[in-house]
Design a protein. Structure first.
Length: 175
């Protein structure tokens, strides 16, 4: 399974999250582009504006300088961006199955979970059952715990399956 690249927006969000509680100065867009890689001046400014509207970041003025600080909501989004990076590894012969039953009232979080699973290479086996030969990365598990979704999820390691030829073919695994 190839490692997926982060988009410019995700790279910027992960960069800001790496600073944790430290305030990140609002840099010249060219400097930010050099640090985060790729992206243009316009995309940098649009991204910041969009994140302020979504409540992911806030601007903080300190000592006549302006800084960017991630909000709690922004920290969750940064964690989600990191969680979208599957870590390729050798297959140990076991399948990882994720089963969930999320209430209709939190439908948006259920859709986020489905998106997270698909981005990590999980395949839909049934309505609320996804499977992959590899485990979720740490960031994905941390995201599930912090959002409270872990209360509705069961992660199962399957050692045997009756006929998994189709799944092996889908994931490019040899017997």
């Amino acid at each position: 399974m190839p490692k997926k690249d982060l988009t410019f927006t995700s790279k910027l969000l992960v960069y800001l999250a790496a600073a944790e509680d430290i305030l990140v100065p609002i840099m010249n867009p060219y400097e930010m582009r050099r640090r985060v890689l790729f992206g243009s001046r316009g995309s940098y400014q649009r991204t910041l504006y969009k994140w302020v509207k979504r409540g992911w970041i806030q601007f903080v003025d300190k000592d006549a300088q302006r800084f960017i600080k991630l909000t709690k909501k922004g920290e969750l989004q940064a964690l989600l961006a990191k969680a979208k990076l599957p870590i390729p590894m050798r297959w140990d012969g076991k399948w990882r199955m994720i089963i969930f039953d999320i209430p209709e009232a939190t439908k948006d979080r259920r859709n986020l979970l489905r998106s997270l699973l698909k981005n990590n290479g999980y395949v839909k086996l049934q309505a609320s059952v996804y499977i992959n030969p590899y485990p979720l990365n740490r960031e994905a598990v941390s995201y599930l715990k912090q959002t409270g979704l872990m209360d509705y999820i069961r992660i199962i390691k399957v050692e045997e399956m009756d006929d998994d030829k189709d799944l092996r073919k889908k994931f490019g695994l040899a017997k």
